[in-house]
Design a binder for this molecule. Structure first.
Ligand code: RIB
Length: 329
């Protein structure tokens, strides 16, 4: 593998000159820069990024923190972030916080020790104390924040729309499965659904849940039909829980959507493959990730930012767990 000395020899310059070209510091005549860059291409030379970042005290790395990538919603966020930063020559350093503040803080320390140039955090630690002393830009993703730049889906309107679409399709005894209290997006969508149903001429129940994880979702679904056996519509706070509700309803022999309608939230890729396929509220996760990356890169470059808080629309995706809209005679 070619070294910086090989590059200097081929370009006919000193190692120090090659270093100035690599680290973009100090004056280098344009002709000299071109000779060094040509030599690097000919020798297929790639600088030692760790050495470079230690020297410059910054790297090409961006830290991304997600709660848990076993939830299919979050890899879509990550993909949007990565596709955008790649275009600008940056690379991801990634971690799962598992909703544990100490693990989140540990990752932030790891990011700083690796000289990341910015952080995107999609975790649910609303204290944000972990971030206040950092000297690099931070963007919150899938989180609203008054103190930090953030990109998120319009949960409240999404909750309202889910409730409206279910009422339009004739459900009269609706159960709202409220998402975990520590997840603000889940509370926003619950409030939206609650507002709409409170104004509607239907009965509704509220059942609290404390996790979005697959392993607990089956428990919530079982508890739902044991507690509210007459429910004819379920508004789930995410697609994982909605999937478990569908599974349990079919296991109980219920006809979907004839007896029970189900609407989820997120529109993870798997939801369209269920049978019947899941009606849900689509959060533009990939686009949210791209938007957060764009925002962070502008902040890193100290460019003008038109909007520090970007709320992205959530849309109803009609599939087979909801009926046709009832046309009032
Ligand atoms: O499925 C995970 C949920 O938690 C998503 O709705 C996302 O908004 C996150 O907050």
């Amino acid at each position: 593998m070619a070294t910086i000395r090989d590059v200097a020899k081929v370009a006919g310059v000193s190692v120090a000159t090659v270093s100035r070209v690599l680290n973009e510091n100090g004056y280098v005549h344009e002709d000299t820069r071109k000779r060094v860059e040509t030599a690097m291409e000919e020798l297929n030379y790639s600088p030692n990024e760790v050495a470079r970042s230690l020297y410059k005290k910054k790297s090409k790395l961006i830290g991304l923190l997600l709660p848990d990538i076993t939830n299919p919603f979050f890899p879509q966020l990550a993909r949007g972030v990565e596709d955008e930063i790649q275009k600008e020559g940056f690379r991801l350093l990634f971690g799962n916080s598992d909703e544990q503040p100490e693990k989140e803080l540990d990752y932030i320390h790891t990011f700083v020790q690796n000289n990341v140039v910015g952080i995107i955090s999609a975790t649910n630690d609303r204290s944000d104390t972990n971030y206040k002393d950092l000297s690099i830009p931070v963007v919150f993703l899938d989180q609203t924040s008054k103190d930090y730049p953030s990109v998120y889906g319009d949960g409240r309107e999404g909750g309202r729309t889910a409730a409206k679409e279910m009422v339009k399709r004739g459900s009269k005894r609706i159960t709202i499965l409220k998402g975990p209290a520590h997840i603000q997006p889940a509370q926003d969508r619950f409030q939206g659904a609650l507002e709409y149903l409170s104004e509607s001429n239907v009965d509704f129940y509220v059942m609290g849940t404390t996790s979005f994880a697959f392993e607990e979702a089956k428990k919530w679904a079982k508890e739902l039909f044991e507690t509210y056996p007459d429910t004819d519509g379920v508004l789930a706070s995410n697609d994982i829980v909605a999937t478990a509700v569908l599974h349990e309803a079919l296991r109980l022999g219920k006809s979907i959507p004839k007896e029970v309608q189900i609407i989820g939230f997120d529109d993870i890729p798997q939801s369209s493959l269920l049978f019947p396929s899941l009606s849900t509220m689509r959060q533009p996760a990939y686009e949210m990730g791209k938007e957060a990356a764009c925002l962070l890169i502008k902040l890193m470059r100290k460019e003008y930012v038109e909007q520090n808080h970007v709320e992205m629309p959530v849309t109803f995706i009609e599939r087979e767990t909801t009926r046709e809209v009832e046309v009032n005679e």
